[in-house]
Write a protein that binds this ligand. Structure first.
Ligand code: ADP
Length: 319
């Protein structure tokens, strides 16, 4: 394999740039040429393809977002769209493609794989909802952003003796809520993976109030409920002054943490190794301390496991 292509697709995540840098530098180190595709599958269909060199990825390891830009593209879901994409790749002599993105992007990648074009997926999403890998690129930065905000809200919550509800991202996954809730010392964490009972949440708040707690913080995953609905329900049942904050897209931005940069560097470099070794249609991931390669078919047929032990621990420590 002489020429490798790389693109970012779907929702962006901090650390994607570190992954692009790793793909470009490792490819060049291995004597290969590397091409960056702009705007994900949309750019692939439109032929937005540029050769990259060592300097193309200088000074980006610490930047959020993605220098290759990202997009969503309905046309790519069609046979004609995918054929156009493959034609463009062949036009540039690209023989293998590295796709940095989430599960939607991997479905697209596997479609190319099934049409005979070698692909490798690199998990990049703040949601941490990709199966077969402990973590995806961007998750660590996102939870650090959330706990920084929890710290700030905690200050004002204490001064005013209020209950704060913080809605976090994660789509159908409760991972951001779970880990930021534990690290931020939240009283309750609502996730889509566990059915919640509003009466129990309010009982816990009242118990805390009776023993002199000055404030309470409830973390709500967007996939579990709307923060404003939970705020209303708590106010109705307890009479507490409740404030709601919906964090939104700030969770997707910012300079990536050391953890995300290291993960992105390792996964990006491994993706290049796999293509050169003749592997195809795999995703790279991390299991414990090891970088692993898993069939994309398997990744897309599974659901990310939720860590109920951490969930129980967070409940235990917030009694
Ligand atoms: P993410 O990768 O973050 O999950 P999306 O679900 O939006 O983001 O997917 C990104 C892009 O991947 C889509 O805009 C589309 O071009 C492509 N894609 C998503 N699902 C499929 C699918 N089932 N088949 C082919 N391509 C898909």
């Amino acid at each position: 394999m002489k020429r490798i292509g790389v693109l970012t697709s779907g929702g962006d995540a901090p650390g994607m740039n570190a992954a692009i840098r790793a793909v470009v530098r490792k490819s060049i180190f291995m004597g290969r040429e590397v091409f960056g595709i702009h705007r994900g599958y949309l750019g692939l269909i439109n032929g937005e393809i540029k050769k990259m060199n060592l300097g193309s990825v200088a000074d980006i390891i610490h930047r959020g977002g993605t220098i290759l830009l990202t997009a969503r593209c309905e046309e790519f879901k069609t046979e004609e769209g995918q054929q156009k994409a493959i034609d463009n790749l062949r036009k540039y002599g690209i023989e293998g493609l590295i796709v940095i993105g989430g599960d939607g992007s991997f479905r697209g990648a596997l479609d190319l794989g099934k049409r005979g074009f070698p692909v490798i997926g690199v998990p990049g999403t703040i949601d941490n909802d990709i199966p077969c890998t402990d973590y995806s690129i961007g998750f660590d930065t996102a939870i650090n952003t959330v706990i920084e905000i929890i710290n700030k809200i905690r200050d004002t919550a204490t001064s005013h003796e209020r209950t704060f509800v913080i809605e976090v991202m994660g789509r159908d996954s409760g991972w951001i809520a779970l880990e930021s809730g534990l690290a931020g010392g939240a009283e309750s964490i609502l996730v889509p993976e566990v059915k919640f009972n509003i009466e129990q949440i309010c009982d816990k708040l009242l118990k805390g109030y009776r023993r002199g707690k000055l404030h309470s913080i409830i973390i709500v995953a967007e996939g579990a409920a709307r923060g404003f609905d939970i705020g209303e329900a708590i106010k109705e049942r307890t009479g507490f002054e409740t404030r709601v904050t919906v964090l939104g897209h700030i969770q997707r931005g910012g300079t990536p943490t050391a953890m995300d940069r290291i993960l992105a560097s390792r996964l990006g470099a491994k993706a290049v190794d796999l293509l050169i070794q003749g592997e195809r249609n795999k995703m790279v991931g991390i299991k414990g301390k090891d970088i692993v390669a898993i069939d994309l078919d398997k990744v897309l047929s599974e659901k990310k496991e939720f860590d109920f032990n951490i969930y129980e621990l967070a409940n235990t420590l917030s009694i």
